[in-house]
Design a protein around this ligand. Structure first.
Ligand code: MLT
Ligand code: MN
Ligand code: ZN
Length: 304
């Protein structure tokens, strides 16, 4: 199995276009300890030829341009004028950073679009996505807990994790932490190897811990290091948990929650621009690395 991190940052990317938080300011000032990161997406393949795109970020075009395995030239023959190794796309929620890139995928290319019924309904209710011609793009509902094979040899299973509806659909009291169809994690299995991809998760439950026990790879929600990081940074009022993202540190944080589960490789992904793990050598970067985690970056390849 091959996994390819296309975008390691959360919504907005790093740096965010209008942000002067402590971490973004390092980038604008040219500090060598930080590197730009695009928005949340990975690609996965069992054969290196047919690829599943997991989440379609607003930065997708740029991500394809610098990723030879998913460029139109990969696997195409001389006569072909249109081609893509991306045979299928799976979205794990309806957030802007995970669906806006679907608009980049117009242009009469055949592929299958997978998501839960809840998320596909959100997409269907927005007419702009009609640019994906139904004659080319088949929308295929994914059942929670029912494995499927979107590209040859790659078994995929979606499972519910605590989450919420997309930000743009929030109204009144929001149920953050509901385990339903609006936020899923994904198991990827090929050649006897298993990887989990969970870019958004509001809490680490006991059932999630058991699910990922002894996995070869875990790519997990690294949005914020501290729950109140955004208010502390002076860029917003919301906590990580309120945004549907369990913090890395602190009580109930992911750093402690995934300890001792025999996971081969753990890496944070979907990292917010306020998160100090983005800074090489920061105390927070050192803390996660000392606990056995890596901080994913754009272009990172994983071959479990
Ligand atoms: C999130 O992960 O919380 C969302 O991507 C936020 C957003 O819509 O910008
Ligand atoms: Mn996001
Ligand atoms: Zn920032």
């Amino acid at each position: 199995m091959r996994l390819f991190v296309l975008g390691s940052a959360a919504g907005g990317g790093y740096p965010q276009w209008n942000c002067l938080c402590r971490v973004c300011r390092l980038y604008w000032d040219g500090d060598p300890r930080v590197a730009a990161r695009t928005q949340s997406s990975i690609a996965a393949s069992a054969d290196g030829v047919h690829w599943l795109l997991l989440n379609a970020s607003p930065d997708l075009r740029e991500q394809i341009m610098r990723s030879p395995p998913i460029s139109p030239a990969a696997g195409a023959d001389e006569a072909q004028r249109r081609h893509s190794p991306l045979g299928a796309v799976l979205v794990t929620n309806g957030d802007v950073d995970h669906v806006a890139g679907l608009l980049t995928l117009r242009e009469k290319q055949n592929f299958e679009l997978y998501g839960t019924t809840g998320v596909l309904d959100v997409i269907a209710s927005n007419p702009v996505f009609s640019v994906l011609d139904p004659a080319c793009v088949e929308r295929r509902p994914v059942e929670i807990g029912k494995p499927f094979e979107p590209v040859p040899g790659l078994e995929v299973e979606a499972f519910s994790v605590p989450g919420k509806v997309p930000l743009y659909l929030e109204k009144g009291d929001v149920d953050v932490g509901e385990e339903g169809e609006m936020t899923v994690g994904v198991r990827l299995t090929a050649h006897g190897r298993t990887a989990f991809y969970v870019p958004g998760c509001a809490a680490v439950t006991e059932s999630l811990r058991e699910r990922v026990r002894n996995a070869d790879v875990l790519l997990f929600d690294g949005t914020v290091f501290e729950d109140d990081e955004m208010p502390q940074a002076g860029v917003g009022a919301k906590t990580g948990r309120r945004m549907g993202h369990v913090p890395i540190s602190g009580e109930g944080g992911s750093l402690d929650a995934f300890e001792g589960l025999g996971i081969g490789m753990r890496a944070y992904i979907h990292i917010n621009n306020t998160n100090p793990i983005l800074i090489d050598g920061s105390a927070e970067r050192q803390a996660v690395e000392a606990a056995g985690w890596r901080v994913s970056h754009d272009g990172m390849e994983i071959a479990p």
